[in-house]
Design a protein around this ligand. Structure first.
Ligand code: GAL
Length: 676
């Protein structure tokens, strides 16, 4: 397959969106190889009834397609393609490389992933092989090449779905090939051992390397290992998986010109690869989202995931590749969705830029690990509430076809840097209560409650298009990010930084001098000592409200003190500051503010940045606007248990009514107003 890997790319640029269907995509994963062929026609008839126009097939079917190495059997897939093409349902063809067959593992056991503790994982599930295994890469590109040659220009094919959720459930592998590839990656990054020793601070605990082949993966060690090494191993792993993706993608582009290629992301999963880098390599961004079902605010977290996905897609249309119609099977308590929740969830993704709503999966599996997972067509069949809601959603999405291609615009961004999260999650931090995820969710939720539209951005991005940028948890700030944030504020931007940000550089090395390193100048202050709080301890602030988890000894330079600690270890010292810097303003919040306290501060900041907020948003009413040059689509999603009234003029797409003045959105319902 070397020829395929190195083959010259085709001249036909891949499309950025599937050529069909004409409207929004609707469907899901479809794994009919798990039941008799005689039942496929019935499945497809039901799909038609539901308005399904796109299905993802073949995702875990490697052993059926290549039952023995180099021997292929496409007869069943040909038949499935025939049935789908006849029904006018388009195909998203999976490459089955997340589930190599038993023959592969028997012949190449060295490709099995190895955990940090040295356990070689076994066959019998699915997930990643060692991303650095040459045998895996060769076999994966071989089967992908076969599929691309056979189906690359099939009339039903509109999209390629490479692999499945790279990085889940295993991302890092500590096998021998990974160690060799890690060394190569390090040589490319640092060039000399001296530079590596310097970047990793190997003089600490006598870890200096004299030869490249002394370097290992960051295995389980007696005490805490080298954190810079562990961080680089994460970066390496993200790159190693991306190399696997690109190898498959390039083969597909060669034999299937013009058909877009995607791989399904898990946007807000902090163990995922670095999706800012990955999103540049896919033709279309797609995402899988599952509710943390037992949380009451799971609809807010859904919006956050959708907003991050849209941002990764750089505001181009994106695909919701998977979500669930009801309960999943892998959480502690698999809480089922209640009536109407399926539509609210799906349409909340559409409201935030998705032009495709797909589920895992069309028909429930009767056996295997996912037999208790919900599906579009549940075990109990078409007489069910879920099936009725699936039909209703299909009809609703048809009515929403005009929103296709419209975009969401935001003046506010939250910074999201997965490298910073990886680094912060390493061992021995000043308090186990420091939680980047929690802070991002808290800031995001405060804005969601005000119905402020939010993008996510990488700290190194050009941020000048935003009036307000929030950095709720930016532990790692490299030189590029520091310069970008300085430029942003000095150019007139408003920035809010929360505690434990700007602490280390790109190598997890404490920035020289007082914290917060690269953010000292823009925030106009120095931190002389961290003063973490005890479990349950709360400190009063002079301007009102309380802080928990964290406090610190702050010495303001040019920053003005907005609120002080009344009690606690930092009593009398600054808690919240504000610094005029160039044309802009930078706020610093040194403690954990929650609920109303955080909301009040953010409202002040939002207004200070010249942004309007709705005067009194209805509690539980999600409002999100998509627009084109000439039209606006206002999504109103009522998550509450009572009807609300909303000022509106236009055409309501879900009910087909013209609205003048007041629109009633019934409890639990979704309305979408089209206006000019
Ligand atoms: C996803 C995965 C699917 C299915 C689903 C169940 O993470 O991509 O194949 O397992 O979870 O919720």
């Amino acid at each position: 397959m070397t020829d395929v890997l190195q083959g010259t790319a085709t001249c036909t640029a891949p499309a950025a969106w599937p050529q069909r269907p004409a409207g929004l995509c609707y469907g899901g994963d479809y794994n009919p190889e798990q039941w008799p062929r005689g039942e496929w026609a019935e499945d497809i008839a039901l799909m038609k009834a539901a308005g399904i126009n796109l299905v993802s097939i073949g995702i875990f079917s490697w052993v059926l397609l290549e039952p023995r190495e180099g021997e292929y059997d496409f007869e069943w897939l040909d038949h499935l393609f025939d049935l789908l093409v006849e029904a006018g349902i388009s195909v998203d063809l999976g490459t089955p490389t997340a589930a190599p067959p038993a023959w592969f593992w028997k012949k190449y056991p060295q490709a099995l992933p190895v955990t940090r503790e040295g356990v070689r994982l076994g066959f019998g599930s699915r997930g990643m092989a060692s991303p650095s295994s040459p045998e895996y890469l060769r076999a994966a590109t071989a089967i992908t090449g076969q599929l691309a040659r056979r189906y690359g220009s099939h009339p039903a094919l509109v999209l390629w779905h490479v692999h499945n959720e790279y990085g889940a459930p295993v991302s890092e592998s500590y096998d021998e090939n990974s160690v060799l590839a890690f060394r190569e990656w390090l040589q490319a990054r640092y060039v000399t051992l001296e530079a590596l020793n310097d970047a990793w601070g190997t003089l600490f605990w006598g870890q200096k390397y004299g030869e490249w082949d002394e370097i290992d993966a960051p295995r389980a060690t007696a005490s805490v290992g080298n954190q810079s090494q562990a961080l680089d191993f994460r970066r390496f792993t993200s790159d190693a998986m991306l190399r696997c993706f690109k190898a498959e993608r390039d083969v597909i582009h060669q034999y299937s010109p013009g058909v877009p290629v995607t791989t399904n992301f898990m946007a807000t999963n902090c163990l995922s690869p670095d999706y800012w880098a990955w999103s540049r390599e896919v033709d279309v961004v797609s995402n899988d989202h599952y509710l943390v079902a037992q949380r009451n605010d799971n609809h807010i977290l859904l919006s956050m995931d959708a907003d991050l996905t849209r941002s990764l897609a750089r505001n181009k249309p994106w695909m919701l590749m998977e979500h669930s119609t009801g309960a999943v099977n892998w959480q502690g308590r698999n809480i089922a969705k209640r009536p109407g929740e399926l539509a609210r969830n799906s349409l909340a993704h559409v409201a935030r830029g998705a032009d495709a709503v797909l589920f895992f999966q069309f028909r429930a599996s009767r056996y295997g690990a996912e037999k208790f997972h919900s599906a579009m067509l549940p075990h109990a069949g078409t007489g069910t509430r879920i099936w009725r809601e699936v039909l209703e959603l299909g009809a609703g999405l048809e009515r929403l076809a005009p929103v296709k291609g419209s975009t969401v615009h935001s003046r506010v961004a939250i910074l999201w840097d997965v490298e910073s999260f990886w680094a912060q999650d390493l061992e021995w931090r000043p308090s186990s209560d420091l939680d980047h995820r929690e802070r991002i969710e808290a800031f995001y939720s405060a804005l969601w409650n005000q119905q402020v539209a939010v993008d996510f951005a990488h700290p190194g991005d050009d941020l000048s298009g935003y009036s307000l940028v929030l950095a709720p948890a930016l532990y790692l700030v490299g030189d590029e990010a520091a310069a970008s944030l300085r430029d942003y504020v000095s150019g007139g931007g408003h920035l809010v930084v929360s505690y434990f940000s700007g602490i280390v550089n790109a190598h997890d090395t404490v920035a020289k001098g007082a914290s917060p390193g690269g953010l000292r100048e823009v925030l106009g202050l120095e931190i002389h000592e961290f003063l973490p709080l005890r479990a349950g301890e709360a400190v009063q602030l002079s301007a009102g409200g309380t802080g928990t988890v964290w406090s610190e000894e702050i010495h303001p330079g040019s920053a003005v003190v907005v609120s002080r600690y009344v009690g606690g270890p930092a009593a009398g010292g600054p808690a919240i500051t504000r610094n005029a810097f160039g044309e802009g303003v930078a706020w610093y919040v040194s403690t954990k503010l929650d609920g109303g306290d955080l909301a009040a501060l953010l409202l002040e900041v939002i207004r200070g940045a010249g942004l309007a907020t709705p005067s009194s948003p209805h509690e539980g009413l999600e409002v999100s606007i998509r627009s084109t040059a000439t039209e606006q689509f206002t999504f109103l999603i009522n998550h509450s248990g009572r009807a609300v009234h909303h000022e509106a003029e236009g055409f309501e797409l879900m009910t087909g009514e013209t609205v003048t003045g007041q629109l009633q959105v019934p409890a639990g319902a979704v309305r979408v107003i089209q206006s000019r």
